[in-house]
Design a binder for this molecule. Structure first.
Ligand code: ADE
Length: 257
């Protein structure tokens, strides 16, 4: 997979892309990263990338010319028969990023991520250049660089071979619509807090059943919205209907006001 990132702050990516999962993926030649400075695609002496908003309003907008030029340059060597390359804009106005969307994007051999500008972008960029607008959550960050790293991390770990089989993404929270079950390592007794007996039993079928039940319990108590979308067996549905579930999210928010 190839990930091209277009940003006004290329230095933001230097350290993260040299560490952890990104480093692993690069070392195994499974993913390549290219970071482009949008400012390099300006032609004036001061490398101006933003301008005032037509019609008035506070703040400056990212201009269309350098962004179009940068992206056209980055995508110029695309192969004719290649699938359309997703061009992602990170913006709080986008669709919320999720594991299913990560799986969908990870099918592509190439993606480009355009890091949104804190004060906004000329809408023609969004309309004519971008294929996906993605938000990483309902809060506003100062720029699209952190969201770009979040999205890149979620995709890279889905590229076959990046993770060892021992930490396959199949067991991750969200991969089956449920949150992950609790896990423990040695010591079996730490300050008197004991690891659940069943995990020491060596009975793999029982352990799998316990983990599934724990996943369902955790999802039911923390994210009932996810549970409603997950496919459960008839027996599991009965189990869930017998649980005392927490109030819906809206009520919880109401209480915390
Ligand atoms: N830019 C600023 N806030 C953002 C968010 N929540 N998600 C994606 N891009 C953003």
């Amino acid at each position: 997979m190839r990930i091209d990132i277009l940003t006004l702050f290329p230095q933001f990516f230097h350290t993260p892309l040299q560490n952890a999962i990104f480093r692993r993926a690069k070392d195994k030649d499974l993913v390549s990263f290219n970071v482009y400075n949008i400012r390099d695609y300006t032609h004036d002496r001061h490398h101006v990338v933003d301008d005032y908003t037509f019609g008035g309003g506070a703040g400056m907008l990212l201009k269309p010319e350098p962004v179009f030029e940068a992206l056209e340059d980055v995508l110029k060597d695309r192969l004719e028969d290649e699938l359309p390359i997703p061009v992602i804009l990170t913006t709080p106005q986008g669709q919320t990023f999720s594991q299913p969307l990560a799986y969908q994007l990870a099918q592509h051999k190439r993606i480009a991520i355009l890091c949104g500008h804190y004060e906004g972008i000329d809408d023609r960029i969004r309309e004519h250049l971008v294929t996906h607008e993605i938000s990483i959550g309902d809060y506003v960050l100062s720029g699209g660089e952190l969201p770009a790293l979040v999205i890149a991390d979620a995709l890279v770990r889905l590229v076959p071979g990046v993770l060892g089989s021992e930490d396959s993404p199949v067991t991750d929270s969200h991969s089956d619509g449920l949150l992950e079950y609790p896990q423990f390592t040695r010591p079996a007794d730490f300050r008197g807090w004991k690891v659940p007996e069943i995990l020491l039993s060596g009975n793999h079928a029982k352990i799998a059943a316990w983990r599934r039940e724990q996943s369902i319990l955790k999802t039911a108590s923390r994210r009932p919205d996810l549970l409603a979308k997950t496919s459960l067996t008839a027996e599991e549905k009965k189990f869930v209907s017998g649980l005392a579930l927490p109030q819906a999210d809206a009520d919880v928010n109401e209480q915390s006001k």
